[in-house]
Design a protein around this ligand. Structure first.
Ligand code: ATP
Length: 239
């Protein structure tokens, strides 16, 4: 059987006023894969994620999720359809506990038993969060807050998880933990679209990769192939 397409971007262009941030981007994400989007600062990676999650409207082109055009659908509806984004820059609720943050991740749902199971699943993925379940999120380390951000997104029970720079600001050992966990999440059946500055770490765990440059698609291919590409190495992997 052929692979199922979960998300398709079709000639997508997104602007902020007169500033074109994404220019004619086409991408395909297959079910069960980790797809990464890499590129330098300002390449348009976050803009692409924000457009998929319904926070921005495309100027041109389409976002197609499970065969349905979703451009223009508001963010909370996109969550209900099964696309959840880990909050950028660790925008979790600092004054709430870990437990309360996880509850909020499930706010669009009413399947109580399944929510309890998903909560157990994320606490198994991130044992550190279980230890800190009643701690105020804002008092945790940066790495723990990043784990909570990913965990909270998983409580939305996404079929597509969007991660914006999960390794940002983390010590190398925690970067390894986060990236291993992302692989586990994929292995448990959740498709992941990963945006990363840390191109090396992203390519090492991804199945397929897209390289953005100044809003344009510069290159795409199986992640293993890009890892061995000299031009990718020179531009994004520190030579
Ligand atoms: P980074 O890794 O630095 O976050 P990125 O690849 O995620 O980069 P975007 O944040 O998507 O890039 O930005 C793409 C372009 O759009 C940049 O030129 C940026 O300056 C511009 N841009 C982003 N957000 C806004 C905004 N709210 N208003 C105006 N321009 C914006």
């Amino acid at each position: 059987a052929g692979k199922d397409v979960v998300l398709q971007l079709d000639d997508l262009s997104v602007s902020y006023g007169n500033i074109a941030a994404v220019k004619g981007l086409s991408m395909t994400v297959y079910t069960g894969e980790i797809v990464c989007l890499i590129g330098s600062n300002g390449a348009g990676k976050s803009t692409t994620l924000r457009t998929i999650s319904g926070l921005l409207k495309p100027k041109h082109g389409d976002v197609v999720f499970k065969g349905r055009k979703i451009n223009g659908i508001p963010g909370h509806e996109v969550v209900k359809l099964g696309i959840c984004q880990s909050p950028e820059g660790r925008k979790i609720f600092q004054r709430m506990t870990v437990s309360e943050n996880l509850d909020l991740g499930a706010f669009t749902r009413n399947d109580t038993e399944q929510i309890a199971q998903d909560r157990e699943r994320v606490l198994e993925l991130f044992p550190r969060l279980r230890e800190r379940i009643n701690q105020k999120a804002g008092t945790m380390s940066g790495g723990e807050q990043q784990m909570l951000a990913v965990a909270r997104a998983l409580l939305g029970n996404p079929s597509l998880l969007l991660l914006d720079e999960p390794s940002m600001g983390l010590a190398p050992v925690l970067v390894d933990v986060i990236f291993e966990t992302i692989q586990t999440i994929r292995d448990q059946g959740t498709t992941v679209l990963l945006v990363e500055q840390n191109a090396l770490a992203a390519l090492e765990i991804a199945d397929y990769a897209y390289v953005l440059e100044s809003g344009h698609l510069n290159m795409e291919g199986p992640a293993a192939q890009l890892l061995n590409d000299d031009s990718v190495a020179a531009a994004y992997l520190g030579g």
